[in-house]
Every structure is written in structure tokens, then in C-alpha cells.
Design a protein around this ligand. Sequence first.
Ligand code: AP5
Ligand code: ZN
Length: 218
Amino acid sequence: MRLILLGAPGAGKGTQANFIKEKYNIPQISTGDMLRAAIKAGTELGIAAKKIMDAGGLVSDDIMIGLVKNRLKDADCANGYLFDGFPRTVAQADAMKDSGIHVDYVLEIDVPDASIVERMDGRRTHPASGRSYHVKFNPPKVEGVDDVTGEALIQRDDDKAETVKKRLEVFHNQTEVLLGYYNDWAKSGTPGAPKYRRISGVGPVEQIRDSAFAALAE
Ligand code: AP5
Ligand code: ZN
């Protein structure tokens, strides 16, 4: 299984990626998690990316495309992969296509902007794994603690209301166009075109998981 999860910031890409990667036993390639790991490691990329991410902007296409291509060389990508947060621009999508990085499915998770700010506000993240929870909608078993490792949860720096607003703006201006890009490609029926599936991301997490599994089985 090779797929792309498309959706606004806070649509639940990371939450659903967790279920999908386990079911299909594939790695989750989250470009956001990769950048946060670079920030934590204090690399040059991390230092540059932090400023951009905290402002809600996008890291340059060249850097992101390079990061992803490198990641795909790893042995664990041989039998499939799940992209979470990539591609995010037409240039990134074109680069994937031109490099022959194939996907079987593009799964869009649709959540209206109105729900997003509340989701981000209550999000708590386990930095090492990228797992995320929500204080109200998806709480961890023990408050403030990751279910799997027992380590402390944090709030992401870019989850401030003002940054979330900017991230949503960037999504609408630069990423939303990819919904049509992939939908049109899927409809064209050209060889190598992915299947396009759209599910609602509003409702209980497990209900959305079941819709995602059903969409990927069609
Ligand atoms: P990234 O980490 O990719 O952030 P994002 O796309 O903005 O998405 P999020 O991680 O915020 O949301 P999500 O959809 O994963 O939702 P989640 O499951 O956590 O990117 C961060 C930054 O890195 C970017 O702004 C950019 O600067 C840079 N970057 C990354 N990739 C890049 C690229 N390719 N090119 C350029 N720059 C790039 O859920 C959110 C919350 O909602 C959680 O609290 C969760 O528990 C809760 N929740 C989930 N499902 C539900 C539900 N059904 N009901 C209620 N609450 C729910
Ligand atoms: Zn995420």
C-alpha cells in the first residue's frame, strides 16, 4: 500500500496515519515530524525550519523534495509508505510524479476550518513518535502522558491560535489545489494514476478510521 493523506492542518492526518500504518505495516513519512526531529537535533535545517514553522509558512520545495527522496531510499519503504504532510504544493506533487514515486491512493480527510482551531488548541503531542492526542476529543489514558511510552506530552509551538490561522491560510492558498490535481488525475484513468478517495474527518476518531479503511479497500 502506497498512499498520500491530504487534509488541512489539524484534519487528523497524523491520527489516522497511526491506524493505517499499523494495518498495512508501512512506514509513515510525516514531513512535519521529520522537520521537528531536525529542530530537536539542532541541525542547520532545523534552525532554518523552526522560524518558518513557527510563522505558519512552508519550508522550501527543494529542501522538502530532497528530504523525501532520501527517506524513500530506506529499506522500510520497499513495500509501501504513507505520506502525511507531503506533497503540499504543486511543485512537490509534480516532483513526485516526475521522479516516478508511485501512489495507489490519495485519501482526502475533509474537516471544515471552524473545527480546526479547537482541535489545535487541545492537541497534545508525543514529540519522539509524533503521536497526538486531544484533551477532550482523544485524551491519553493518563493525563499529560503518552499511552505507549509513558513519556510527557507537549504542546506544539505552531499550535497557537494566530499561527493556526496562518497555517490554514497557507493550506487554502497553496495545498488545497492538490485536491483537484489528484482528483483530475484519478479521473483521467491514465496508467499510474492513483485512486482518489474523500472521507469526512468530522466525528469520533474510530468512526473516521473505519471510513478510511473502507475507502482504501475499494
Ligand atoms: P505538519 O506537521 O504536517 O502539520 P499540519 O499539516 O499542519 O498538520 P497537523 O500535524 O497540524 O495536523 P494533522 O492533520 O496531523 O492532525 P492530528 O492528527 O494531529 O507540518 C508542520 C509544519 O511543517 C508546516 O506548517 C510547515 O511549516 C512544515 N512542513 C511540513 N511538511 C512540509 C512540506 N511538505 N512542505 C513545506 N513545509 C512543510 O489532529 C489534530 C488534533 O485534532 C489532535 O489533537 C487530535 O487528537 C485531534 N483529532 C484528530 N481526529 C479528531 C476527530 N475525529 N475529532 C476530534 N478531534 C480529533
Ligand atoms: Zn500531523
